[in-house]
Design a protein around this ligand. Structure first.
Ligand SMILES: Nc1ncnc2c1ncn2[C@@H]1O[C@H](COP(=O)(O)OP(=O)(O)OP(=O)(O)O)[C@@H](O)[C@H]1O
Ligand SMILES: [Mg+2]
Length: 299
C-alpha cells in the first residue's frame, strides 16, 4: 500500500473578482511508498503548502483525490495516521511545552500514563526538558519549531507531513532535524516534507518531487534525476594519447579531456587505449541539484 497517493489533485482557490482562475495545484499525480522519505521542493508560491493541506484534509480539492494509507483524505479517519508540522505553527501562548503536549495527548485520547510517556519520549527527543515550564510566548523560532515537531509526533503517527521543517533554523537546528528525519525512517515511518533548501533535501530524501507553479515537473531518485543531466564527462588519461580530441588541460593526474556526453566519452576512452594510453579517471559531471532546480523553474 502507498502511504500517500494523489491522483489528479487540483486546487483552485476561490476566484478573485475580475481575475482568471489559476490552479495553485494542477493535477498532481504522486505516490509515496511506506517507509519512504520524500522531499517536495519548489519556490515560494509553487503550491507546496496547498498540496500538504490537501493531504492533511485541511482543505478540499477542486478536482482529483488523495489517499493516506488507502483512505481518502476527506475521511477524518485518514488523519489518525498523520503527524503534521504546519508551516507556521501556532500554539496557546500561555501554555508551556509540557502542557501543550498534554493537550495534544488528550486530543489523541491518551490516558494520563500514556501522556506522561509521550512527554518523556518526546521531550528527550526534541530537547524540551530545559524549557518544559517556560511559556510558549517567550520562545525563539527554533524552540517553537522543536515543540511543533514534538506535537507532530504525539501518538506515534505512521506518516509525517512536514511543511518546511527546517525553515528559520540555524545550521545546528537543521542538522538535528535531518537526523530526526533519518531516525523516523529507521523506525519505518513515512516522511513527506517540503523545502526550498536543496542541500537539506539532497541529504535525507529517497526521492524528490519538483513543483513549479502548481505542476510537478520532475519526480524520482535524486541520483537518477541528476544522471539525466550530465553536463560533460571529464576523462583523464596518461601515456601516449595522440587522439584528435583537444585536451583541456594537463595536471599531475594526467591529460584532461571533456566529452559532451557518455557515448562520446566512451568513444574517446577507446581511442586513447588504441593510441597506447591508459585511463586515469572517468568523471561524469552533472548539474548540482541547485542548477537542475533553477533550470526547472524557467521551463
Ligand atoms: N487561501 C488562499 N486563497 C487564495 N490563494 C491562495 C491561498 N493559499 C495559497 N494561495 C495561492 O496559491 C499559490 C500556492 O501557494 P502555497 O502557499 O501553496 O505555496 P508554497 O509553495 O507553500 O509557497 P511558500 O514557499 O512561500 O510557502 C500561491 O499563488 C498563493 O497565492
Ligand atoms: Mg508554503
Amino acid at each position: 500500500m502507498n502511504a500517500i497517493a494523489a491522483r489528479g489533485l487540483t486546487k483552485i482557490y476561490a476566484r478573485q473578482l475580475g481575475k482568471k482562475a489559476v490552479p495553485s495545484l494542477d493535477h498532481l499525480d504522486l505516490k509515496v511508498g511506506e517507509n519512504e522519505v520524500f522531499g517536495f521542493i519548489g519556490r515560494n508560491g509553487a503550491g507546496k503548502t496547498t498540496a500538504i493541506k490537501l493531504i492533511c484534509g485541511l482543505i478540499f480539492p477542486t478536482a482529483g483525490e488523495v489517499e493516506i494509507l488507502g483512505r481518502n483524505a476527506r475521511d477524518p479517519e485518514s488523519r489518525r495516521a498523520i503527524g503534521y508540522l504546519p508551516e507556521n505553527p501556532y500554539y496557546y501562548e500561555y501554555l508551556t511545552p509540557i502542557e501543550t503536549l498534554d493537550f495534544y495527548g488528550r486530543l489523541h485520547s491518551l490516558d494520563a500514563t500514556g501522556r506522561r510517556r509521550e512527554w518523556d519520549k518526546l521531550s528527550e527527543l526534541l530537547e524540551l526538558r530545559d524549557i518544559a515550564h517556560q511559556r510558549v510566548r517567550e520562545f525563539s523560532k527554533g524552540m517553537r519549531q522543536r515543540l511543533a515537531f514534538a506535537v507532530a509526533l504525539v501518538g506515534d503517527p505512521q506518516v509525517l507531513i512536514l511543511d518546511e521543517p527546517m525553515s528559520g533554523l540555524d545550521p545546528m537546528g537543521r542538522r538535528a532535524t535531518r537526523e530526526l528525519i533519518l531516525r523516523l525512517r529507521d523506525e519505518k515511518k513515512t516522511v513527506f516534507f517540503s523545502s526550498h533548501v536543496l542541500s537539506d533535501v539532497e541529504q535525507v530524501c529517497d526521492r524528490v518531487g519538483i513543483l513549479v507553479k502548481g505542476r510537478l515537473k520532475a519526480c524520482g531518485r535524486l541520483d537518477e534525476l541528476l544522471a539525466q543531466h550530465i553536463r560533460y564527462v571529464e576523462v583523464i588519461a596518461d601515456g601516449p594519447v595522440r587522439v584528435e580530441a583537444q585536451p583541456v588541460r594537463v595536471s599531475k593526474a594526467g591529460i584532461h579531456f571533456h566529452a559532451p556526453d557518455l557515448d562520446a566519452a566512451n568513444a574517446l576512452v577507446k581511442r586513447i587505449h588504441e593510441a597506447g594510453g591508459h585511463l586515469v579517471e572517468f568523471n561524469p559531471v552533472s548539474e548540482s541539484l541547485e542548477e537542475y532546480f533553477v533550470q526547472r523553474q524557467e521551463n
